[in-house]
Design a protein around this ligand. Sequence first.
Ligand SMILES: C[S@@+](CC[C@H](N)C(=O)[O-])C[C@H]1O[C@@H](n2cnc3c(N)ncnc32)[C@H](O)[C@@H]1O
Length: 260
Amino acid sequence: MADWNPALYTRFEDERTRPAAELLARVPLAAPRLAVDLGCGPGNSTALIAARYPDAAVIGLDTSPAMLESARARLPGLTFGLADAAAWTPERAPDLIYANAVLQWLPDHASLLPRLFGLLAPGGVLAVQMPDNLAEPTHRLMREVAASGPWAAAIGDPAVAGRLGRMLEPAAYYDLLAPHAAAVDVWRTAYHHPMADAAAIVEWVSATGLRPFLDPLDADGKAAFLAAYGRAIDAAYPARSDGRRLLAFPRMFIVARKAP
Ligand SMILES: C[S@@+](CC[C@H](N)C(=O)[O-])C[C@H]1O[C@@H](n2cnc3c(N)ncnc32)[C@H](O)[C@@H]1O
């Protein structure tokens, strides 16, 4: 897949960083020595961790060179490195492994989450937030438009491009982590973001969930797909009383603490 686009991603930075802050607020650690931001992106989540824990060593890891470059420019005093969350093993056990809006891109959560939890130091915390929006119109319509146009063969199976089947139910995450943890907190929140218009909703998902649908297409194919998808989004998100569109965005949060 093509590299991420930090400028496009940060266009809705306030909305994207709010769940990162709300996840961090639930981390029951007073003074971690080592905190790792997995899938740090452009450093927006890393900045929150560094601000809450000024005395901790904070490391940001990501698979995207463009995102890492953006994170280093934002936070020159911190350490950032290239690492795949699926295979990463730390040199020393972190007190906090924090993964905001990244693990939804990885398969096999039934082994991934216990593996990450197992990497923690005693008393450590795994904190995870993932968009849980694959059933929302934004994502359902990506799959429907992908299946029904001249781009269908290039995109392939919409369920694969749409990462269907990766997210588990809240109770499944609880069951995976509870036998190894001192405490597990799982919750689900639906944000409702006022968006200027339908184009803003398309722009929002263009930086994230729409990437696997657009990447296989050439410039003309991308434009045609985006036009069809934009019409579908316009119909699915009617104007509210002030003319704006309301983007419902469910997200799942997990905070699991290891026994000291
Ligand atoms: C949606 S952004 C989240 C950025 C930031 N954590 C935030 O809170 O907004 C997802 C990030 O995860 C990274 N990513 C995707 N797959 C990854 C993997 N296997 N290992 C590490 N990072 C990954 C992407 O490069 C991207 O920067």
